[in-house]
Design a protein around this ligand. Sequence first.
Ligand SMILES: Cc1ncc(COP(=O)(O)O)c(C=O)c1O
Length: 419
Amino acid sequence: MKDLFAKIYKDKGPLGKWAEQAEGYFVFPKLEGQISNRMKFQGKEVVTWSINDYLGLANHPEVRKVDAEAAAEYGSAYPMGARMMSGHTELHEQLQNELAAFVSKEAAYLLNFGYQGIMSTIDALVAKDDIIVYDVDAHACIIDGVRLHMGKRFTYKHNDVESLEKNLERATKMAEQTGGGILVISEGVFGMRGEQGRLKEIVALKKKFNFRLLVDDAHGFGTLGKTGAGAGEEQGVQDDIDVYFATFAKSLASTGAFIAGDKEIMDYLKYNLRSQMFAKSLQMQLVVGALKRLDMLRTMPELKQNLWKIVDALQSGLKDRGFDIGTTQSCVTPVYLNGSIPEAMALVRDLRENYGVFCSIVVYPVIPKGLILLRMIPTATHTLQDVSDTLDAFDAIRTRLENGTYKRMSAALMKAMGE
Ligand SMILES: Cc1ncc(COP(=O)(O)O)c(C=O)c1O
């Protein structure tokens, strides 16, 4: 019989095999200093485009003050226990009520982490005879949530409403046999490439098919819509989203998440979300901190305006210089280049070391082979100077990529990797 670990010793996985070359630099990098537009990486200042602090709240003095006061008052333990047992408080309820009002829903329920929370939400919403239809490019937490489902599931082509319709036809036939219902899951904004989920068109299909819609709006919450209530508000279909999900880990620059919808559905989830029922309640300092952040979101529209000033400058600057930024319809700013993984490594090293620009790099298997995706997250703390420095840097690295500089630099590495 094989040792359980045998496969691990042999194969580190598609990303893990690069650990020796990549760790500490391309993956698991250590960014130091206060969270802002400029941080330190390996002792050097870099313009930081890889932090989801969209509204610049992470290090806002008012936020820091409230966080510090809440930590002093409550410590990091309070309240102890799960919500259902001994971890429930007035302030948890207040935050839920304020979140629900903000996203125009009857009720909301807090989640300790978005990832586990949405998994449990999916798990609780569907029974064995129900069918899930979800976007093939869904975030890992949705995929893991679907994995918990004991019944049938279909994927539809990424953001492709025709494909969704076809799969809804199949799902409807199947549901008629099983006697179950249908859950459709989309993201409000797809975080890798920045397109908005086609919520308006998805919602229009409700006229033809009987389904409920769950939207993961991690990147839309706080950044899209007139009030910042997200992709549903932006597309005018918030009322038709049956279960709305967002995390505090992006615009609110914290930890925690929530779901929102009709009161009866939230009441049901409150008693059936396993990752909340059997896990310690969200700490009070995070609850107090979220109340403060939400208040700022509501009362300081200039935060979102500042964010979009930077987004517009960055995205239009890239387009004007002929960069391919795909089909983004949000703050998420991808730049697509052609090259191998070793070339991508040399390019990113150059960008960081010689141009002081830090952004995330995404390569195969997350995107197709031969493509390099540099992913930038603009924030309200960036300046127009950051944008112009970055555009100049991108021009320079594109020239070097095209004239083969990175290919030569990476040749030795490619040989070593047997590529
Ligand atoms: C689309 C999406 N959904 C869910 C999550 C998970 O949220 P959390 O970080 O609160 O666990 C993330 C990552 O933060 C995300 O990008």
